[in-house]
Structure formats: structure tokens, C-alpha cells
Design a protein around this ligand. Structure first.
Ligand SMILES: Cc1cn([C@H]2C[C@H](O)[C@@H](COP(=O)(O)OP(=O)(O)O[C@H]3O[C@@H](C)C(=O)[C@@H](O)[C@H]3O)O2)c(=O)[nH]c1=O
Length: 189
């Protein structure tokens, strides 16, 4: 698999950083700004997030931060496995409302880059799943928002093996039809 794979959602890319294995285990650069610049990706990450979800089928999402604190995210799995999802909510985008999802695991080392203008969420496939992600703006609770993970108008196939485990906030998230997206499509960038 190539270092960078484009998805059907313009700007969302799957990254496969090389791993150098030896008798001890492996080494991998999980973020290298210069190598991303060489791919035409110029993102100034300012915050790293790390969360652990105890139960299988925990779903966190679908989340966003509105401008002026919109966030691009670079997501990877530190332990276990998860299904990571991005939904295009850029008004005027040819793929508005469409989603992509990928299995990210500690084993496969894949990363998903999600620009601003997308909802983000994930479902855990293993107990005690760790997610680690870089963000291009700081946490701004006043700009924090959520859309229901199981909204039929989006129709994400989460591949859950049982009922979703949700936060109170996510259980009460707005439906997609009532979501007035603050993001606008600005063409191919
Ligand atoms: C997201 C965030 C939360 N918090 C605090 C607020 C709250 O007390 C606690 C838990 O917050 P939440 O319930 O929002 O955490 P969580 O549901 O894990 O939210 C995250 O979900 C994934 C899918 C994302 O994409 C992230 O941007 C973020 O929205 O952590 C911070 O201090 N900084 C942060 O950047």
C-alpha cells in the first residue's frame, strides 16, 4: 500500500507510514511535517488528543468544531482497533453528506487525515481501544458540535457487533436534517 491513498472525499486521505522492524519491534515516524509538505499537505497541528474507550462498540461522534476554531485531524490507533469515519459537510461540495470509513489499528498503523469541513467519529472494535489524533486548532467548547452517528440520511455502516455505547452528549446529538453546516466548499485545494 502506498504512503498516501486518496479517498472519494477530496482532502480525506489514508496514510500508511513506513515501519522499520527489527528484533526489538518496529520504529515509525507517526508525523513528519516535511514529508507531508512534499505531498502538498500543509497543516499546522497545535494539539494532540488521546482517549481510551473501555467497551467494544463505543462510538464517539459525529463531532466537529465550527469556525473560527475548525479542526483538521490526523487520526491513528495506539491500541486495539477502531473504525474511523469522516463525513463531508462542506456546503456545495459534490460529495456533501457522503462518508468514508477505515479500520485503523495498532497493528496496521494506518492514519486518516480529515480536513476541516468534515464530521469525525469512530467505533471501537476491541476493549480498551486507544485513539491518538493531532488537531489543527485548540479545543473550543463553545464551537463544539455533534450530529447523530446513526442518522439514516448519512447511513454509515458502522459494523457494530452490539448496541452502541455513547456519551450523554452523543445520545442527544442533533439529526443531520436539522444541522446547518457552518462549512462551505471552496473547490479543489
Ligand atoms: C475534545 C476535548 C475534550 N475535552 C474534555 C471535555 C470533556 O470534559 C471531556 C470529554 O469530552 P468529549 O465527550 O467531547 O470527548 P470525545 O467524545 O472523545 O470527543 C472527541 O471525539 C472525537 C470523535 C473527535 O473528533 C474529537 O474532536 C472530540 O470531539 O474532555 C478537552 O479538555 N479537550 C478536548 O480537546
Amino acid at each position: 500500500m502506498d504512503f498516501l491513498t486518496e479517498t472519494k472525499l477530496q482532502g480525506v486521505v489514508l496514510l500508511n507510514p513506513p515501519r522499520f522492524g527489527d528484533a526489538r519491534g518496529f520504529f515509525s515516524e507517526s508525523w513528519n511535517r516535511k514529508k507531508m509538505l512534499a505531498q502538498g499537505i500543509d497543516i499546522d497541528f497545535v494539539q494532540d488528543n488521546h482517549s481510551v474507550s473501555a467497551a467494544v462498540n463505543t462510538v464517539r461522534g459525529l463531532h466537529f468544531q465550527s469556525p473560527p476554531h475548525a479542526q483538521a485531524k490526523l487520526v491513528r490507533c495506539g491500541r486495539g482497533a477502531l473504525f474511523d469515519v469522516a463525513v463531508d459537510v462542506r456546503k456545495g461540495s459534490p460529495t456533501f453528506g457522503e462518508w468514508v470509513g477505515y479500520e485503523l489499528s495498532a497493528e496496521n498503523g494506518l492514519q486518516l487525515l480529515i480536513p476541516a469541513g468534515f464530521l469525525h467519529g469512530f467505533a471501537t472494535r476491541t476493549p480498551d481501544t486507544e485513539i491518538i489524533y493531532k488537531c489543527s486548532d485548540y479545543y473550543a467548547p463553545e464551537c463544539d458540535g455533534a450530529v447523530r452517528f446513526d442518522d439514516p440520511d448519512i447511513g454509515i455502516d458502522w459494523g457494530l457487533s452490539g448496541p452502541a455505547v455513547l456519551s450523554e452528549k452523543d445520545a442527544q446529538a442533533q439529526v443531520f436534517s436539522e444541522f446547518d453546516s457552518p462549512f462551505v466548499y471552496e473547490g479543489d485545494q
